[in-house]
Design a protein around this ligand. Structure first.
Ligand code: GLN
Length: 548
C-alpha cells in the first residue's frame, strides 16, 4: 500500500492531484506563505515548495506558478535560482519582487541592478493600458482602476525590460513596477500583492490565478472532506487501525473526527490526563468526543504519576521535559495495550498508524527556503514513538491552514465553542503556575481561569482575543489582604489576554476597566485563597504568551 500517491492507478487524494493548483516557489521571503493563503481564500488550491524544486521530480502539473520574493539579490553568486524547466513548462508565471527579478535575470542576465535607494513601504502604482494585440497583457491589472495602492520592499531593480516585455504598471521610482511578456504568459510585479498593505492585492492574485491561469475556484472544505475520507480509507486499508492522542484542542479533535468518519472505531483516540489540565477538562473532552462526536476514546488518568514527578520542580524547562517525556511513556503503554486488545478483534488488523494533527504552517516551516546553512527541525518525540512501535504517520490536516481546519471542523459537526477554542499549551497549567506546583496552586489556577474565561465569553470577547488565561504566582510570593475584617496572607492571581494573528508577536488586550473590576471582584470573592488580582500588560516581545 502506498503511503501517499496513487493506489492501483486511482488518485486517492493529495489535493494537487484533484484540485487545480497554483504552485508557489519560495525564495525565502517572510511573506511567501501568505501568497498560498490568499489563493486559498479565493478557493483556489495552492501549495508552496522551495525555489530549488526540480520540476522533473514533481508528480503533478500546476495550473500556474508564482515565484515569491526573497532576501537575496539575483545577481550575487550565492543567489538561488529556479529550475530552468519552470520557464519551459508552458503555464503562466507571476514573479513577485525577487520573483520578477528572477524572471528578468533568467531571460537576460544583465538587467537587474542595485537601485540607488531602497524602496520600502506604501507606494501608488500607475496602471498602463495597452490596445490591439497587446491588450491581453492588461489582464493582470484588470478591474483595479488606474492607480493602485501597493506595498514595496526592495533594493534592487530592473535596469531595462527583458526582450519581448512591456511595462504594465509603474511608479516614479520604479518604471517597471509591473511587466508582462507580449508573447508568453509571463508577468512580474515589484510590489507585494499578498500583504494586507496592498488592499486590492487579492483581486490581482485572482486575476492571475483565475483569469490568466484558468484555475477553478473549487477548493472548499465540503469538497476536501470527501476526498480526504477517501484518501484515509485507501491509506489505512479495509482492516488497518490507527491510534492518536487527543487534547481537547481544535486540531486534534478535527483530526480525530475525520478519522472516525473514515474508519469508525478502527481509530482509537487517547486522552492522557496529566493532572495539569483545566477545570473539569478531562470530563468535558470525554463527553464531547464520545457523546457528541462518537469517537472511540480511552481516557487515562495519570494525574498521580505526573504530579509526583513534578513535585519540588520549579524550573520551567524541567517542567516541560518531565511532562513531555512522561506523556510519551504513558501514551506508549496505553497504545501497546490497545494494540494487544485490537489484535483479537475479528474485524480488524493491527495498529499500523499514528495520527498527528500536523498543519500546513508546520510543513511550510520545515520546507521553506532558508539558504544553505539552515537545518530542518525534527520531531524527536514522535520519531521515537514511531520507531518503538513500528508505526507510520498519518497526517490528515497536513495541507490545511488553521482557518481551514476550523471550517472543516464546523463542516464535520464539531461544536462552535470547540472549533474556536483558544490554544492550550501541552505542559498545561504547569507553566501557568510559576514555581512549584501543588494541589492548592492548581485549584486556584483552575477556578480563577474558569471565572476569567466565562466573563470573556459573556462579554462577547472570546473570539476577538487570541489567548487568555489566569496564572498564579509562587507560594513564596504571597500578598497581604483584609477580608471580612481579618488579615489574610493569600495568593496573587495574574490574568493575561492577548490579541495576535500569528502568535509570533502579540499585544495585551485593552479591556474596559469595568470588565477588569468585575473579574477581579469575582476571583477574590469566589476563589478561596486568592487575595490579589493583577492584569499582565506586557506585549510579545519582550514577553511570551505563556508565563513560563
Ligand atoms: N532582494 C531583492 C531586492 O532587494 C528582492 C526583495 C524582495 O523580494 N522583497 O530587491
Amino acid at each position: 500500500m502506498a503511503a501517499n500517491g496513487d493506489t492501483n492507478g486511482v488518485s486517492i487524494g493529495e489535493p494537487h492531484k484533484t484540485f487545480d493548483t497554483i504552485l508557489v516557489l519560495d525564495f525565502g521571503s517572510q511573506y511567501s506563505h501568505l501568497i498560498t493563503r490568499r489563493l486559498r481564500e479565493l478557493n483556489v488550491y495552492s501549495e508552496m515548495l522551495p525555489c530549488t524544486q526540480k520540476l522533473a521530480d514533481l508528480t503533478w502539473k500546476p495550473k500556474g506558478i508564482i515565484l515569491s520574493g526573497g532576501p537575496y539579490s539575483v545577481y550575487s553568486s550565492d543567489a538561488p535560482h529556479a529550475d530552468p524547466a519552470v520557464f519551459e513548462l508552458g503555464v503562466p508565471i507571476l514573479g513577485i519582487c525577487y520573483g520578477l527579478q528572477e524572471i528578468a535575470w533568467s531571460l537576460d542576465n544583465k538587467n537587474v541592478v542595485s537601485g540607488e535607494k531602497r524602496e520600502y513601504g506604501h507606494a501608488t502604482v500607475k496602471i498602463q493600458k495597452h490596445s490591439g494585440k497587446e491588450a491581453h497583457i492588461d489582464r493582470l491589472f484588470q478591474d483595479l482602476g488606474e492607480d493602485l495602492e501597493v506595498w514595496m520592499s526592495h533594493g534592487d531593480k530592473l535596469s531595462q525590460l527583458p526582450a519581448g516585455f512591456e511595462p504594465v504598471a509603474s511608479t516614479p521610482n520604479a518604471p517597471f513596477a509591473g511587466i508582462a511578456s507580449t508573447d508568453r504568459p509571463l508577468f512580474g510585479i515589484q510590489f507585494h500583492p499578498e500583504v494586507t498593505h496592498t488592499p486590492k492585492g487579492k483581486q490581482l492574485l485572482s486575476n492571475f490565478a483565475v483569469t490568466i491561469c484558468g484555475a477553478r475556484q473549487d477548493w472548499t472544505m465540503e469538497k476536501f472532506v470527501d476526498k480526504e475520507i477517501e484518501r484515509i480509507r485507501a491509506m489505512v486499508g479495509p482492516k488497518g487501525q490507527v491510534i492518536g492522542a487527543v487534547s481537547g484542542g481544535v486540531d486534534s479533535t478535527v483530526a480525530a473526527k475525520l478519522m472516525k468518519e473514515a474508519i469508525g472505531d478502527r481509530f482509537h483516540a487517547v486522552l492522557v490526563d496529566n493532572g495539569v489540565l483545566r477545570l473539569d477538562e478531562a470530563k468535558t473532552v470525554k463527553k464531547t468526543l464520545t457523546e457528541h462526536l462518537g469517537i472511540n476514546l480511552t481516557v487515562i488518568d495519570s494525574t498521580d504519576l505526573f504530579l509526583g514527578r513534578l513535585k519540588g520542580v520549579s524550573d520551567p524547562e524541567r517542567k516541560r521535559k518531565i511532562i513531555g517525556n512522561t506523556f510519551i511513556e504513558v501514551f506508549q503503554d496505553t497504545a501497546k495495550s490497545i494494540a494487544e486488545a485490537a489484535k483479537d478483534s475479528p474485524k480488524a488488523g493491527e495498529i499500523e498508524f499514528l495520527l498527528q494533527g500536523t498543519l500546513y504552517p508546520d510543513v511550510i516551516e520545515s520546507i521553506s527556503f532558508k539558504g544553505p546553512s539552515a537545518t530542518i527541525k525534527t520531531h524527536h518525540n514522535v520519531g521515537g514513538l514511531l520507531e518503538n512501535m513500528h508505526l507510520k504517520l498519518i497526517e490528515p490536516l497536513r495541507e490545511l491552514f488553521k482557518d481551514e481546519v476550523r471550517a472543516l471542523g464546523t463542516n464535520l459537526g464539531i461544536p462552535e465553542e470547540l472549533v474556536w477554542r483558544h490554544p492550550f499549551p501541552g505542559p498545561g497549567l504547569a507553566i501557568r503556575i510559576i514555581g512549584e506546583i501543588n494541589e492548592e496552586q492548581l485549584r486556584i489556577a483552575r477556578e480563577a481561569d474558569k471565572i476569567f474565561i466565562d466573563e470573556i465569553v459573556a462579554a462577547g470577547l472570546y473570539r476577538k482575543i487570541s489567548q487568555a488565561f489566569a496564572a498564579v504566582f509562587p507560594d513564596t510570593a504571597k500578598a497581604v489582604g483584609v477580608m471580612g475584617d481579618k488579615r489574610v496572607h493569600g495568593k496573587v492571581v495574574t490574568l493575561r489576554a492577548v490579541e495576535t494573528t500569528d502568535f509570533m508577536t502579540a499585544d495585551w488586550y485593552p479591556f474596559e476597566f469595568d470588565f477588569l473590576k468585575r473579574v477581579s471582584r469575582r476571583i477574590v470573592n469566589e476563589v478561596d485563597g486568592a487575595c490579589r488580582v493583577t492584569y499582565d500588560i506586557t506585549s510579545k516581545p519582550p514577553g511570551t504568551i505563556e508565563m513560563e
